[in-house]
Ligand binder design. Sequence first.
Ligand code: V4E
Length: 196
Amino acid sequence: MIEVEKKFYLHAGDEQRLLEGAEKVSVKSMTDTYFDLPDYTLTKKDWWLRCRNDRWELKVALAGRSAAGGTNQYDELEDEQIIREAINLGSGQELSADLERAGYRPFATIITTRRKYRKQGFTIDLDSMDFGYEICEIEKMVDVQDEADQAVKQILTFAKEMGLEEGKTRGKVLEYLFRYAPEHYKALKTAWGGIV
Ligand code: V4E
């Protein structure tokens, strides 16, 4: 599956409008620890290796850093063997031990409370982070890349109908790096040729 998503900052009145008629799906807390090599090999490629509530995930950027309309597209790998292959990590012992041996280190731990809703075929996540940051994500899952471009347009149209401001947003991890790990943030800015 390919996740097509766009992040928005909500202003006064936005949440109420957005959630009107929405179906509440869940409220969950998740603890994410993100890992990379000291030279930021993964994140410079816009790849994000994390352990979420004890399960490993690798988000791999698909369509460049920022596709049309600032909607990022990622493949989400959740099978440990496939994650190993993606990052060229041979089999040994536990994934965490093998990662550490290969030089990977945690660079951020973020606790998020996520309120999840569904409306008009879109998933709406209202995320509140433990370091004092809030962001809204509108998402659609699609099966193949061909459908992703269509999903991008649909998300942007839906957001416009809901009266949301379509501006540049900093996701939770980038905001975390911006605040607490400026050297890492600067490395990404250089590698990507700009950043919000
Ligand atoms: C994809 C990404 C990062 C990893 C965290 O992704 P995010 O979507 O913020 O996490 P979350 O918890 O919502 O994941 P989900 O539960 O939906 O799977 S950190 C930065 N990015 C990408 C990114 C980018 N390339 N450029 C900008 C301006 N922002 C974010």
